[in-house]
Design a protein around this ligand. Structure first.
Ligand code: ZN
Length: 202
């Protein structure tokens, strides 16, 4: 004769964990919100159903944490997109550290979609055709944009300043246009360090 096991109620540990998760997901009024969505008393009478609810809350909590983290990386809304940061054109840039080493950066300025008008900075690793992008915190993005805007580069007998300087340094290092990555083939582009159309951006 099969034995029917009565459901075991949630353990104290489960209840405590569930309360802390629910508070993180729903805030102060977590209990009222949770009761609107779930038959809480029934669930707490069954340890297995409580586990299910805990797993559901863990997923919501992790999604909320991922959203907050995305905000940290500069994907949060601001009024003019630049949010007081220097107006640096979309292109790739090379910056020089005090020890002479180079670092490479990509500035994106989406013109369509929900990020239109915003400015984003990523770090670049590798070489043209095989660049890998790294994420940069919002604070570091601002710092990089300021360094690009304040850059200066002596290119032969020309003194370049601002974004054009950091872009030409990139072009000279990789022998491609810093804006579109096209190889600099004709003499004028090579002399200038940027392709003829892309040079107008700076
Ligand atoms: Zn170009």
């Amino acid at each position: 004769m099969p034995v029917r096991h009565a459901a075991r109620p949630a353990t104290d540990r489960q209840v405590a964990f569930l309360r802390s998760l629910a508070a993180e997901v729903y805030g102060e009024d977590w209990e009222a919100t949770l009761r609107r969505e779930q038959p809480l008393d029934d669930i707490l009478r069954d340890s297995k159903r409580t586990s299910g609810l805990i797993n559901f809350l863990i997923e919501r909590r992790d999604a909320a944490r991922a959203e907050r983290k995305a905000g940290l990386f500069g994907e949060e809304r601001n009024v003019d997109g630049l949010d007081g940061r220097p107006d640096v054109p979309a292109a790739r840039y090379a910056l020089t550290a005090p020890d002479g080493s180079l670092s490479f950066w990509q500035v994106d300025r989406p013109t369509k979609g929900k990020w239109a008008g915003y400015i984003f900075v990523k770090s670049l690793h590798g070489s043209p055709g095989d660049f890998r992008q790294g994420r940069v915190t919002r604070g570091e993005q601002t710092d990089i944009l300021r360094r690009i805007a304040a850059d200066a580069f002596r290119d032969g007998d020309r003194s370049l300043t601002g974004p054009e300087a950091a872009a030409v340094r990139f072009s000279r290092h990789f022998t491609v246009c810093a804006a579109c990555l096209a190889p600099l083939t004709d003499e004028e582009s090579r002399a200038r360090g940027l392709g003829p159309i892309c040079a107008k951006r700076f």
